[in-house]
Design a protein around this ligand. Structure first.
Ligand SMILES: C[S@@+](CC[C@H](N)C(=O)[O-])C[C@H]1O[C@@H](n2cnc3c(N)ncnc32)[C@H](O)[C@@H]1O
Length: 288
């Protein structure tokens, strides 16, 4: 956990105002969370409380925000002091949350990608699972663990860039540089594959684990040129989304079939004439 959020708390807060945050990140996360009316929530790695405030305003009965960074929590608390919503914030580590059987819903925006190894990832998942009541849900948004960041497109038009120095391997650090017009700042998180996430979540006792591709709010299509969102969502078309929806064992079989049946070049690339898209659907019954 190398990023010192204390020193960049305000810059990070400003970065939440860029369009991709509202139209993709926030839109997708809130859709997946659904109605929070009547629920007791915990926002793990709450930062300065961007989602904590939003979820309280959307009807959560109670919400506690926990973050490792004192600077982030100070910012959250000063906002709570100036416009009280009844939110409790505290400094704490997601690996050892002091709660058991307490929450209906745990939310974490960009927590799991701060785990540099399987032990940390497992500790985070186990601690969140412990904090939930039986039947409680965990909804989390992360930097895509299925993305090959060394070959990712430039995201500069959205206000950030990613870079990987050195070998692309499990635990490789990914640097994110955010451009805010008058200033830039960087954070670092880590690559752990999808299978490692699934293992950690399953071992923590989570069932019915599902991956969802980012979604784009309708207003975004009206406000931006047609191809503006393509680099961001480009790797998220029907085929990757379908592959991500499969359980790990089936995804492994699909990977092996692709390896066995496609003409791989010496450099590992696949010289194809056209790109295929996979779509899954259900045929309605005759009386439907
Ligand atoms: C990218 S920020 C996201 C903040 C907030 N969730 C949001 O979306 O605005 C990541 C946050 O994770 C926090 N964090 C990293 N590791 C953590 C840990 N082990 N326990 C609690 N918070 C952690 C950092 O302090 C930072 O505030």
């Amino acid at each position: 956990m190398t990023t010192d959020y204390d020193s960049i708390a305000e810059q990070y807060q400003r970065s939440k105002l860029t369009p991709w945050r509202s139209y993709v990140e926030c839109f997708t996360l809130l859709e997946l969370i659904g109605d929070v009316g009547g629920l007791n929530l915990i926002d793990v790695a709450c930062g300065e409380g961007f989602y904590t405030r939003m979820l309280k305003r959307r009807g959560a009965v109670s919400i506690i925000g926990v973050d490792l960074s004192q600077g982030m929590v100070d910012l959250a608390q000063s906002l709570e002091a100036s416009r009280p919503l009844g939110i409790q914030y505290q400094v704490g580590d997601a690996r050892s949350l002091p709660y058991e059987n307490q929450f209906d819903l745990a939310v974490a925006a960009y927590l799991l990608n701060y785990a540099p190894d399987d032990a940390t990832l497992s500790a985070m998942c186990a601690s969140v699972a412990r904090a939930l009541k039986p039947g409680g849900r965990f909804v989390t948004v992360n930097c895509n663990p299925a993305c090959n960041f060394p070959s990712a497109p430039s995201y500069r038009q959205y206000g950030f860039e990613t870079s990987v120095i050195g070998e692309w391997r499990v635990s490789a650090p990914i640097t994110w540089t955010f451009y805010l017009g008058d200033t830039t700042f960087s954070i670092e998180n880590y690559y752990l594959p999808v299978a490692n996430h699934e293992r950690a979540l399953r071992d923590a006792g989570f069932a019915d684990i599902r991956w969802h591709a980012p979604r784009l709010a309708e207003e975004a299509a009206r406000e931006f040129p047609a191809d503006f969102w393509r680099p961001f969502l480009g790797g998220q078309g029907a085929a990757p989304a379908y592959a991500m929806s499969l359980p790990e064992a089936e995804r492994g079989r699909l990977r092996e079939r692709i390896r066995a049946s496609l003409p791989f070049a010496v450099d590992g690339s696949i010289p194809l004439m056209a790109r295929a898209w996979a779509v899954r659907g259900t045929r309605p019954t005759a009386d439907a």
